[in-house]
Write a protein that binds this ligand. Sequence first.
Ligand SMILES: NC(=O)c1ccc[n+]([C@@H]2O[C@H](COP(=O)([O-])OP(=O)(O)OC[C@H]3O[C@@H](n4cnc5c(N)ncnc54)[C@H](O)[C@@H]3O)[C@@H](O)[C@H]2O)c1
Length: 276
Amino acid sequence: MVLLMDGGARGSGRLAGKVAIVTGAGSVGPGWGNGRAAAVRFAEEGARVFAVNRDEASLAETLDEVAQRGGTAVPHICDVTDAEAVAAMVRACTEELGTPDVLLNNVGGSRAGGAVEMTEQLWHEQLDVNLTSTFLTCKAVLPFMVQAGRGAIVNTSSTSGIRWTGAAQVAYSASKAGVIAFTRAVAVHHAPDGIRANTVVPGQLHTPMVEARLAGQRAGGDVEALLAQRQARIPLGFMGDGRDTAAAALFLASDEARFVTGTELVVDGGMSARCD
Ligand SMILES: NC(=O)c1ccc[n+]([C@@H]2O[C@H](COP(=O)([O-])OP(=O)(O)OC[C@H]3O[C@@H](n4cnc5c(N)ncnc54)[C@H](O)[C@@H]3O)[C@@H](O)[C@H]2O)c1
């Protein structure tokens, strides 16, 4: 199957003229993580991307992919759990590229643990990285969008925020469910300002995170076993990757979704629809 970013094909200007902040625009390893794929796809579709990440190293591959396609991405280092750094990041975006039209909150990640064994510290860390980060960026971006009278926010949840997905990760589930509720509230509250807010809900994907972290957490380091386990749950019979999430985020970020707000787009090959 050829996805747009496999090479050759160019976007068709679906985000032409827009400034887009993408958080977590790097990836935990080489390949198509969700944030990297979105940054590249948004740039390919004409957006000027403000590519935000905690560390510089993993942004390099993203910037390279954007440059290969003749797109624009400005890197910015920021820990999105730090309120002051987030406010400074948004100001920097307005100064370097202009008022953001699009905010894609992609930063997040899961840690294993049920309610009994999870430490209180890990619980708070998970809420910070998955939910508070989203609140902080919205808090900083919304005044600019309100003033402009337009904006599209896309937040990233997970099927673990709507279903049990095979392993206990209580803080991740709770924080990703929180992202959905937060986004719906923002959507309704700011609809009169011309701002839309939606959530993309990725399922079990084959992203670099599987090799880098999940296999160790869940399958004793056996990547193949974990991939087989994950794939077996998916009715479509294959695992998507970050480019599938990026395609959904692109739709929600673009003007094609002008009548879509306060909702969720699930990207999981049908996994959450099954009950057998
Ligand atoms: N990969 C999947 O299968 C999957 C499934 C469902 C949901 N998701 C969600 O998609 C999002 C991206 O997941 P991924 O696996 O593609 O990500 P990833 O771990 O590959 O990349 C995340 C990026 O965010 C950066 N980052 C982490 N913490 C940060 C912080 N505090 N401030 C700024 N940057 C930070 C990392 O440096 C990295 O570049 C997450 O919200 C995740 O929960 C992923």
